[in-house]
Design a protein around this ligand. Sequence first.
Ligand SMILES: [Zn+2]
Length: 256
Amino acid sequence: MLIVDVHAHMDFDEYNKDLDKVIEENKKAGVAVIINNGVTVDSNRKVLELAKKYDIIKPALGIYPVHAAQMKEEDFDAELDFISKQDIIAIGEVGLDYLKGDDNPHGDKYKDKMRQCFEKFIRLAEKKNIPIIVHSRKAELDVIEMLESSNLKKDKIIMHCFMGRKHLVKRILNNGWSMSIPCIVNKLQQLQLIVEQAPMEQLLTETDSPYLSPYPDIKRNEPRFIIEALKKIAEIKKLDVEEVSKMIYMNYQNLF
Ligand SMILES: [Zn+2]
């Protein structure tokens, strides 16, 4: 089995105590690549450290949209400059998140700032000519429009755990962008519909570890649990699991 996880956060506290063991077990289970997405200034530093320490971890740097909108502009720009100088595989995690919550006041000014930050990350991905791994929540149309009006090539855009409407899924697929499917596709019909609609060449797999575990009795997710996504994709596409894992690995190699 060849397992690819294009969106994980192995730098989070959930793995503090036993990351060596986790990486070892994941390798044994067939995990070949984990793209670790950074979400804050500190997280980005940790991602670079992990990528140096573990051969299967590849670094993607970014700032989670909710955090980006709360940063001082000069701090954000300094981090952008830092990221521009790093040898990384992708920009991520970046995007827009309009979900109302305690840490997301959802005002128009706040949205504007979030869009400005995302725009700067899009420019950086264009300049570095590397893929961008995009988060979009309650902001799907804005995200799609911003990406469509950019100069990013279609094989440089990866929509992570996309939960937007069906016509937007169609628009993404028509644009030729990739969609990464999380393990919870084993239970969410909305994600199963994406797999149904998408050509195999546009599919990738991810966990969003430590979040979104596919098992009700295991809270902390791990890249090896992607086996559940592979099984579901194989079932929907009427293919062999082994075959699906090879195809997705090939997609990974073509994109990154
Ligand atoms: Zn994430």
